[in-house]
Design a binder for this molecule. Structure first.
Ligand SMILES: *[C@@H]1O[C@H](CO)[C@@H](O)[C@H](O)[C@H]1NC(C)=O
Ligand SMILES: *[C@@H]1O[C@H](CO)[C@@H](O)[C@H](O)[C@H]1NC(C)=O
Ligand SMILES: *[C@@H]1O[C@H](CO)[C@@H](O)[C@H](O)[C@H]1NC(C)=O
Ligand SMILES: [Zn+2]
Length: 380
């Protein structure tokens, strides 16, 4: 669910924060409590807000669940070309395109404004309704991240059209990637081919109108346990993979409680045991079991956390293998520690978040900003 006033206000506040020295009053309000009346034409011209809302709606009407971004990528190309931008489709995988756009011919720009066009399942269609006097927009992706995509596009178009800041032709480009929700393949593809080293990149994610100062890191772990089936009346003849798994998860949870590194800025490292499966029936000793976990890192490196967990599980692993079973730990290939993000822009509150982003997926020593809209100060 997304209150559309948030989108407009965030965008318009950002538009108007351009180079202005005063803090923006609307940003000081909790965005969740805004009423439609807070959105005055003084802040955003009606034509711009109509364009923003219809673009937002169109983006949501494409399902674009990770893996199925093609129709949206192609539509977006047409839309941006219709606005006189030069558009490149980057084929990350067959039928999945990053959309990269810039004014004129200059693809090497100082600033990159970016977000993602993929969404998580299941699809929810677009719906606009009024709840307790608040005009709301519902639909998958209405917040994450199609609000960002729409706000960034409209803000950039507005900026280019008015050209009140006399932006040089190499000021900025737009990048909308695929696969952010499923590991960041799209952004890594772009990173390997980036036209230039950017001075700053704005990453559009839902941030409650605040600037994000950092987010937790991530590490994945799968356990795969193989025991030996037996009649449940004679469990000593088998090895219960379920029993081993339950013990292993108990060890991990005990570590999570107070033996994994954290930090003041990000708090505690947490472990989500997202999926567990094992065994066949109540009266059979389980022959195999599995668990999938995501570890959100608040301190230390993925390697350190890997070591701590591996060490704690080793006695159980050895015991299981001595009895004739198998105990495998499979760590995710992609892992990263905490990510610090720049916040040196005036007039914003800051916060840290626990979700991952594409920020670690693009190389370079650019400034990084995470925000729903676009920060114009960095261009001026
Ligand atoms: C695009 O550029 C052409 C030629 O400069 C111009 O005539 C047209 O109005 C522009 N369209 C938009 C949407 O800016
Ligand atoms: C970015 O900077 C690095 C280090 O200076 C340099 O090796 C690399 O070629 C640059 N990349 C681009 C795309 O300009
Ligand atoms: C789990 O281990 C078994 C036995 O070694 C193997 O056949 C299976 O492919 C493994 N499963 C996964 C998901 O790694
Ligand atoms: Zn997102």
């Amino acid at each position: 669910m997304f209150a559309w006033t948030n989108l407009l206000l965030t965008l318009s506040s950002l538009l108007h924060s351009a180079c202005a020295s005063q803090a923006q009053a609307p940003l000081q309000q909790p965005l969740t409590h805004l009423q439609p009346s807070d959105l005055s034409p003084r802040i955003l011209p009606a034509a711009t807000s109509n364009e923003l809302l219809s673009l937002h709606r169109k983006l949501i009407e494409f399902e674009s669940i990770s893996g199925n971004e093609k129709p949206l990528g192609e539509w977006l190309k047409g839309y941006l070309e219709g606005k006189n931008l030069t558009v490149e489709l980057q084929e990350v995988e067959e039928g999945r395109y990053n959309v990269f756009a810039y004014p004129g011919k200059e693809r090497k720009t100082k600033v990159l404004v970016s977000s993602h066009i993929d969404t998580v399942p299941p699809y929810w269609p677009y719906e606009r309704k009024t709840t307790n006097g608040v005009d709301e927009i519902w639909g998958r992706g209405s917040v994450d991240a199609k609000a960002c995509v729409a706000a960034q596009i409209i803000a950039v178009l507005d900026l280019l059209e008015s050209n009140k800041h006399n932006l040089p032709s190499d000021a900025l480009s737009l990048l909308f990637v695929v696969a952010e929700e499923v590991g960041g393949e799209g952004m890594r593809f772009f990173s390997d081919r980036k036209p230039t080293n950017y001075s700053a990149i704005v990453f559009g994610e839902p941030t409650e109108g605040k600037l994000v100062a950092g987010h937790k890191g991530m590490l994945g772990l799968k356990l795969n346990i193989t025991g030996k089936a037996a009649h449940s009346g004679y469990p000593w003849l088998g090895i219960s993979a379920n029993n081993v798994l339950v013990q292993a998860l108990g060890i991990v949870l005990a570590l999570e409680k107070d033996h994994l590194p954290g930090s003041k800025k990000f708090g505690k490292t947490t472990v989500n045991i997202g999926r567990v499966s094992g065994g066949l029936a109540a009266n059979v000793v389980a022959e195999s079991s599995k668990a999938d976990m995501t570890i959100r890192i608040a301190g230390g490196s993925p390697e350190e956390i890997n070591k701590i967990i591996t060490k704690a599980l080793t006695p159980l692993k050895e015991e299981t293998e001595k009895a004739g079973g198998k105990f495998e730990l499979e760590w995710s290939k992609r892992a990263y520690g905490t990510v610090n993000i720049d916040t040196d822009v005036r007039g914003f509150d800051t916060m840290t978040v626990n979700y991952g982003t594409d920020i670690p997926n693009i190389e370079g020593d650019h400034k990084r900003y995470e925000m729903r809209g676009i920060l114009l100060e960095i261009l001026c």
